[in-house]
Design a protein around this ligand. Structure first.
Ligand code: FEO
Ligand code: CA
Ligand code: CA
Ligand code: CA
Length: 607
């Protein structure tokens, strides 16, 4: 509200065509530069990167692998210094270690390199001249620079399930302190200046599920942990370096991952936290919005085929201002609240046939409700305690009839309108065999390209328990009749496939990045107006090199600098360090890295 033109367009950049180039492509009138890449120094004393002599000690001081979430937070009022906060989701050993063959052939030191390449980085950055370009600060004290890893950083569990029996281990008999974070995918910046990060596919780090206690097996299996094989295929074999990854010995260790993590980049000595009140699943990320009445609301996707969309509403209210008291208060907001899961109805009486054909009422839309799962120590799910609902949230959501979704990735709230946008990336299993059938929210069989959903909470109140919804974009080749671009002339839009991350710019336009483009071109970043007559006029803004997904997107408050993460460049079957599928960014072998894009004339990004 406020400004009538919010989110209505003025995106006048010339869209770039789909391509398969092994470069980073931006529109005419823009420039870009790598800000930081895998192996660059982060902490004092970080040695120069040495591909052939990498050590865990070096990696733990250097920028990690597979950057996903990106934020650039202000450090001064003039916009000259900032903090780059980045997730490192996972590692591609075949692209990291020369001569790599199998996890079993890795040295224990190499396994520890991989652990150190996971986690997060905080890097002090400075603006280059008066432009929109940024680079790491390389001289003087950099007190905020920090590495968080999978095997060295301690996290505090908060909230109702902290200390529960499910979370206790031999190393942590109180169930309150976890070593490390795993598979940190997307995230969000909170209104109080901290960063949230989602622990996503943590299952792949554990072995020995076959020897876990019988009563735990179905709970482990619901999170994708193999409970029949000793060493499941694809296992990273981290138990060779740290036995806590062997569930035969430490069956509760897996429950200590799959949380939303909160880190305060402005307090480098602070212990990051894992918030049990926000539930445990394959968290893509979390984005916080302050509701009209001051409660904070976090929307969260569980990125798995046929998993769910969630919402958390805090018990306490957001305190405005930068005072020490306000900040200290706001840091507790995600420790207590109510956790809901979404159920979607449809408004048309038609059977949804899976072809993507619009139903007879002319739109994929409907009503929906947030089903309450747990608040504090009170469970709303029959037969489950509050601790169980929080630690095994997927099982709770199964019981209450939540809607099985096409892989909910990032969820973002328009700061201008409070409307909620969900990237549903794809679902190759929708409607196949005995799998759940298409419905109005997930309307295509064997959905290859995904869709974007819009939720409007009743009364415009983000704490509401009911809402209306629609699908503004059903992705894919615009010439494919199963696609929909908000009714806009499809001959004028850029094709998009597999939406993953979402972002709003300062004028309220929606930006969408992709992972896994099933149209055969490289992944990229797109923008569209999301209100008014230009809604659905989607235009491609950039593409990333071969094999990479486009992550992050983050635009600075002044709308002058756009950051994206280039994750897993060159990740193609059979590619190695010696035989790379991508040589981005330095022309030798592939390195994930963060890129900043700016307008040559200094104007706002996109318009
Ligand atoms: Fe890590 Fe759901 O993407
Ligand atoms: Ca993602
Ligand atoms: Ca985002
Ligand atoms: Ca993804």
């Amino acid at each position: 509200p406020g400004r009538p033109d919010v989110g209505t367009g003025a995106l006048d950049f010339k869209p770039i065509p789909p391509n398969t180039l092994d470069t980073f492509v931006v529109p005419n009138g823009y420039d870009h530069a790598v800000v930081i890449r895998w192996g660059d120094p982060v902490l004092p004393g970080a040695p120069e990167f040495d591909l052939h002599g990498q050590s865990a000690a070096a990696q733990s001081k250097q920028f990690g692998y597979n950057n996903d979430f990106v934020a650039a937070l202000p450090l001064d009022r003039q916009g000259r210094r900032g903090l780059l906060v980045v997730n490192h989701e996972y590692t591609n050993e075949d692209l990291m270690f020369p001569g790599y063959t199998t996890p079993d052939a890795m040295t224990v030191e190499q396994l520890r390199v991989a652990m150190a390449a996971h986690g997060m980085s905080v890097v002090e950055i400075e603006r280059v001249g008066g432009t929109g370009q940024w680079r790491p600060v390389e001289r003087g004290r950099r007190p905020y620079n920090r590495r968080v890893t999978a095997h060295t950083t301690k996290f505090e569990l908060t909230g109702p399930a902290a200390g529960s029996a499910w979370l206790r281990t031999a190393a942590d008999p109180r169930g309150r302190v976890v070593v490390g974070t795993l598979n940190n995918c997307a995230g969000g910046v909170t209104p109080w200046g901290t960063v949230l990060s989602g622990e996503e596919n943590f299952n792949q780090y554990f072995v020995g599920g076959d020897a876990a206690p019988a009563e735990l097996k179905p709970r482990l299996a619901r999170y994708g942990i193999n409970t029949t094989a000793r060493y499941p295929g694809g296992s990273r074999k981290w138990e060779r370096a740290d036995e806590r990854f062997d569930l035969a010995k430490h069956p509760n260790e897996a429950h200590r991952f799959g949380w939303i993590v909160e880190i305060d980049p402005y307090d480098p000595d602070s212990r990051p936290r894992k918030h049990t009140a926000m539930g445990r699943f394959k968290h893509e990320g979390a984005n916080v919005h302050v509701a009209r009445d001051g409660h904070v609301v976090a929307y969260m996707g569980d990125d798995e085929r046929f998993d769910y969309l969630y919402k958390f509403v805090s018990d306490k209210k957001f305190m405005k201002g930068n005072s020490w008291i306000a900040r200290r208060h706001n840091l507790t907001l995600l420790e207590s609240g109510t956790l809901y899961v979404a159920q979607f109805d449809q408004t048309s009486a038609d059977e949804i046939d899976g072809s993507g054909k619009l139903p007879s009422d002319g739109a994929f839309d409907g009503r929906g409700r947030w089903i309450k799962l747990v608040r504090g120590n009170r469970s709303y799910v029959d037969g489950m305690t509050a601790d169980e609902v929080l630690v095994f949230t997927r099982l709770a959501a199964d019981k209450v009839g939540a809607t099985k979704m096409d892989r909910p990735e990032e969820v973002e709230v328009s700061p201008a309108t409070g409307k909620v946008y969900v990237a549903l990336t794809n679902n190759s299993s929708r409607g196949t065999g005995s799998n759940p059938k298409p419905d109005e929210m997930n309307p295509r069989t064997a959905n290859r390209h995904g869709q974007i959903a819009e939720l409007v909470e009743d009364r415009g109140d983000n704490t509401a328990e009911t809402f209306t919804w629609s699908l503004p974009i059903v992705c894919g080749d615009p010439a494919d009749p199963s696609t929909y671009y908000a009714g806009y002339d499809k001959s004028k839009v850029s094709p998009i496939s597999c939406p993953d991350n979402l972002m709003f710019d300062a004028t309220g336009n929606l930006w969408i990045s992709t992972d896994g483009n099933a149209l055969g071109s490289n992944d990229g970043l797109f923008a569209t107006a999301i209100e008014g007559p230009e809604k659905g006029h989607l235009k491609q803004f950039l593409t990333v090199p071969v094999g990479a997904e486009t992550c992050g997107p983050f635009v600075t408050d002044d709308n002058r600098s756009l950051f994206v993460a280039v994750q897993h460049p060159g990740e193609l079957t059979g590619a190695t360090v010696e035989n790379p599928a991508s040589t981005w960014p330095d022309g030798d072998y592939a390195k994930p890295g963060v890129v900043v894009t700016w307008r040559l004339d200094g104007g706002p990004i996109g318009s």
